[in-house]
Design a protein around this ligand. Structure first.
Ligand SMILES: [Zn+2]
Length: 468
């Protein structure tokens, strides 16, 4: 007798015989696309059955069964975990299959009569190989949220319309839409189905709100989440306030200001929003109003080998993120946050513990703020409270942690100060700045401040000349 399992095994070897793994390379363009479509059709059938089996595992693992749950008997906490263990797919994929399988599985009533699956049309299209698992999952995810409140007839109409869109069967829908296009339509339906007003929406939003850091990708950490509308509104205002280029710099002519407004900003809007967020985070961490960690204000520990810093080759590591950070980032953080030198012997024992960090104190910061007023780079509107203090002569080169050697720079201008071409130096304790050559060819050093009180001083000194 041939079992389903034997038949699948035969099918698998038959498929391996039909498809050479590198065959795609030898296809013409037309063959390539046609074969890809045909493969997907096979995949849809396989996916439908994968979901069906996962749904059955879930059914046999339902909570009422207690110790007799299939998952429990196999030492798993849930049906999804059992699916995960048997198939070696990710937890996300296992849960997706269980959800899809459960939503498209026919039930059995108390007296043994068959019950329709929760999504009969999705189930039929899935079983027929017309609907892919991700499209089916999209329909179910979006509609499920409205099921408790939706009118049943409208709910059925929504399922019908979405399945028709996805399978291209209906009139006027000759082109099947992709799972992403389907999501947009499904969301429109879900809004239509749940018009219950703001109260339930708000509760749902409160449940679903979230913010998370993802796994590192290409040296960057993705963020994702869902903000409450009022939080998004405040964040948007904060971004807007700093996204428009503004004039700045007391010494500049209108023409120079216009040049900088036109040429000075090389960041995209996304990049500028990132930098605003960087400043907000720094400001918040500095505020002293946050819970301490082990008695200290929340501080990021960055470790780097002194020899790497000297040669300029290697990486640094920051606590709490898995990807290494660049030496330039490490230098930037050292300039703002200070350093402590720790020397190990060959066995790894600590033999020298350097003096603690060289950080500007709050009262030094207040003094520097009065003098500089905000990020010193002309055209930059980042206010003093959001700025970092840059050691003009680095601590490592003997630069003191003294107001005469510290100036305000925003996160971005501090991070790029070595490469941007802007020059900063101190002259008798007054910051002077020199624009990059591309911005101001032949330009020299000029004193700079954005401090309103110092600008008022300068105006006052000019007044008597004019009167005379
Ligand atoms: Zn700046």
């Amino acid at each position: 007798m041939t079992t389903t399992r034997d038949a699948l095994e035969q099918l698998r070897s038959a498929l391996a015989g039909v498809l050479a793994f590198d065959a795609a390379g030898g296809c013409s363009d037309d063959e390539l696309l046609a074969t890809m479509g045909a493969l997907e059709a096979v995949g849809r059938v396989v996916d439908a059955h994968r979901a069906a089996y996962a749904g059955e595992v879930a059914e046999r693992s339902r909570v009422e069964l207690g110790d007799q749950r299939l998952s429990t008997r196999h030492g798993c906490r849930s049906a999804a975990e059992l699916v995960e263990r048997v198939t070696q797919v990710s937890g996300v994929e296992a849960r997706r299959r269980v959800a899809l399988g459960s939503a498209t599985r026919a039930g059995v009533g108390f007296t043994g009569e068959p019950l329709e699956p929760p999504y009969p049309l999705v189930a039929a299209a899935l079983a027929g190989g017309e609907l892919g698992a991700d499209a089916a999952g999209t329909i179910i995810r979006e509609l499920d949220r409205t099921r408790p409140v939706a009118d049943p007839a409208s709910f059925a109409a929504a399922e019908q319309a979405l399945v028709t869109e996805a399978t291209g069967r209906g009139d006027g829908a000759p082109v099947r839409c992709t799972a992403d296009e389907l999501r947009v339509q499904a969301q429109a339906w879900s809004i239509f189905l749940d018009q219950d007003g703001p109260e339930p929406d708000d509760e749902r939003a409160m449940r679903r709100r979230g913010f998370r850091l993802g796994r590192a990708r290409d040296g960057l950490i993705p963020v994702a989440g869902d903000l409450m509308p009022e939080v998004a509104a405040k964040l948007t205002r904060l971004f807007d306030a700093h996204l428009s280029p503004r004039s700045g710099g007391g010494f500049m002519t209108d023409q120079e200001r216009a040049d900088i407004a036109r040429n000075g900003e090389t960041r995209t809007a996304d990049q500028q929003r990132h930098d605003v967020l960087a400043a907000v985070i720094d400001t918040a961490a500095r505020s002293g109003e946050h819970p301490s960690i082990g008695g200290a204000a929340p501080t990021v520990l960055v470790s780097v080998r002194a020899s790497d810093l000297e040669t300029g080759r290697g990486v640094a590591h920051a606590d709490g993120v898995e990807v290494p950070i660049s030496l330039r980032a490490a230098r930037h953080m050292m300039c703002t946050g200070g350093t402590q030198k720790v020397v190990f012997d060959d066995d790894g024992r600590i033999i020298t513990l350097g003096s603690p960090e060289r950080c500007f104190t709050p009262h030094q910061r207040r003094a520097i703020t009065l003098r500089d007023g905000g990020c010193l780079i002309p055209g930059c509107s980042v206010p003093a409270a959001w700025c970092e203090i840059h050691h003009v002569i680095p601590d490592a080169h003997g630069g003191p942690t003294h107001p005469d050697n510290g100036v305000l720079l925003c996160w971005f201008h501090h991070r790029t100060i070595d490469t941007s071409g802007w020059g900063i130096r101190m002259h008798h304790g007054v910051p002077h700045i020199r624009p990059p050559a591309w911005l101001d060819p032949g330009g020299g050093w000029r004193p700079i401040t954005k401090s309103p009180t110092r600008l008022a001083d300068q105006r006052e000194r000019r007044e008597p000349d004019r009167a005379a």
